[in-house]
Design a protein around this ligand. Sequence first.
Ligand SMILES: NC(=O)c1ccc[n+]([C@@H]2O[C@H](COP(=O)([O-])OP(=O)(O)OC[C@H]3O[C@@H](n4cnc5c(N)ncnc54)[C@H](OP(=O)(O)O)[C@@H]3O)[C@@H](O)[C@H]2O)c1
Length: 189
Amino acid sequence: MTVIAVVGTGRVGLGFAEAAVAAGHRVVLANSRGPETLAEAVDSLGGSAEADTVEGAAARADLVLLAVPLHSYGSLPASALEGRIVMDAGNYYTDWSGHIQLPIAGDDEAAKKAVAELIESIGFDAVDAGALREGWRFQRGTPAYVVPLGTAELVDALQRARRYRDMAIDDLTTERTHRLPGSGAQRPD
Ligand SMILES: NC(=O)c1ccc[n+]([C@@H]2O[C@H](COP(=O)([O-])OP(=O)(O)OC[C@H]3O[C@@H](n4cnc5c(N)ncnc54)[C@H](OP(=O)(O)O)[C@@H]3O)[C@@H](O)[C@H]2O)c1
């Protein structure tokens, strides 16, 4: 049995903790808000889980899993992790780690500024996609729609967007060129 400190108990941390407990390991959960906020998570994992501070969890674990957003790394207690075996689940998703960009379009600069401030106040970054007539660039089905992207990727996705009418023409062409004459069979890609 291995004791694993799970630092960060979101989707990755808790998912990992469930698998670890199911495999017979013990987990010590930690987040930034303190062990008292983890009672429910501990209960859900049964008797093989406890909660502690990050320092406390790391001190008594054989292995440490870091499953925190990339922007939180700077606030982790580095000395508590020194000399420990640390598994880092973090992904660097270009520059959106920590902040997801949301496009906005509008004709009124003051209105856009107010909306951008609101977006930023709830934890996102606003990316100006231009005038209102450019709003179609992040409508449903475009590369920017719903996907979390960094600023550069979002700007690129907005530029690559195609109008529904152009998508429909391409889809029809693909449909035609992929159908073998005289049969219902599809041509292999
Ligand atoms: N390797 C992979 O396959 C894979 C897949 C998906 C995601 N990831 C990466 O895994 C990491 C976690 O993703 P997620 O989706 O699980 O995130 P999440 O659901 O947002 O959970 C993040 C957790 O980190 C905690 N946390 C934040 N700051 C902290 C700090 N300073 N000290 C301790 N705990 C802190 C949060 O709790 P509190 O806010 O309460 O502290 C929360 O429990 C990200 O870096 C993500 O990129 C990796």
